[in-house]
Design a binder for this molecule. Structure first.
Ligand code: PNS
Length: 173
């Protein structure tokens, strides 16, 4: 009897969560009965840290999944994490990691991470879903840049995130 994976982790920095992320989480949940969305502290991301705090990023994700109707599927939790992803997966009892892929550039980076994770934890499977058409150009960094320039990002992020970005960059100006 094969030992099917029942629980996966969808990890990321989510600075902030985009509609592309929500799509990946939704699809992960359609593939697996339990999904833990793991928000990495990523203190050294890009050498400068994140725009939003860990608590803000977790809050936005929970609200976004609620507002976009993904939470209704059940079986989804959002948790912060620090340290190694594979250790977090083990603590949570998850058998796999699901990530989204947009372009070839994502592939190279993700392959390297998956390879490293497999080296550290061969029992944890890496699963990739291709980004849905229309989300290929959406990334947290593009969203931050456009929002900082006062552009409308409502087609790329959940409504609650667009509002948080508006407030964040209005305060900065
Ligand atoms: O959304 P991101 O920034 O592409 O997510 C990257 C993340 C958080 C999944 C990755 O940096 C990660 O797994 N960080 C935890 C530390 C770790 O396990 N590093 C070794 C694998 S690269």
């Amino acid at each position: 009897m094969p030992n099917h994976i029942q629980h996966v982790v969808v990890p990321g920095t989510f600075d902030p969560v985009t509609l592309g992320h929500v799509d990946v989480i939704n699809r992960a949940r359609h593939l697996f009965p339990r999904v833990t969305v793991a928000v990495a502290e990523s203190r050294t991301k890009r050498g400068v840290g994140t725009t939003f705090t860990l608590e803000e990023r977790v809050d936005m994700l929970r609200q976004a999944l609620e507002d976009e109707g993904v939470s209704e599927l059940g079986g989804i939790v959002v948790l912060p994490f620090t340290g190694l992803l594979v250790d977090f997966c083990r603590q949570q009892g998850a058998g796999g990691v699901v990530k989204g892929l947009r372009a070839m550039t994502d592939f190279e980076y993700e392959l390297q991470q998956a390879d490293l994770n497999a080296h550290m934890a061969p029992d944890i499977e890496s699963v990739f879903v291709m980004s849905s058409p229309g989300f290929g150009y959406v990334s947290s960094s593009v969203v931050r840049e456009l929002a900082s320039l006062g552009s409308d990002v409502r087609s790329m992020v959940p409504e609650c995130v667009a509002e948080r970005l508006r407030i964040h960059y209005a305060d900065e100006r």
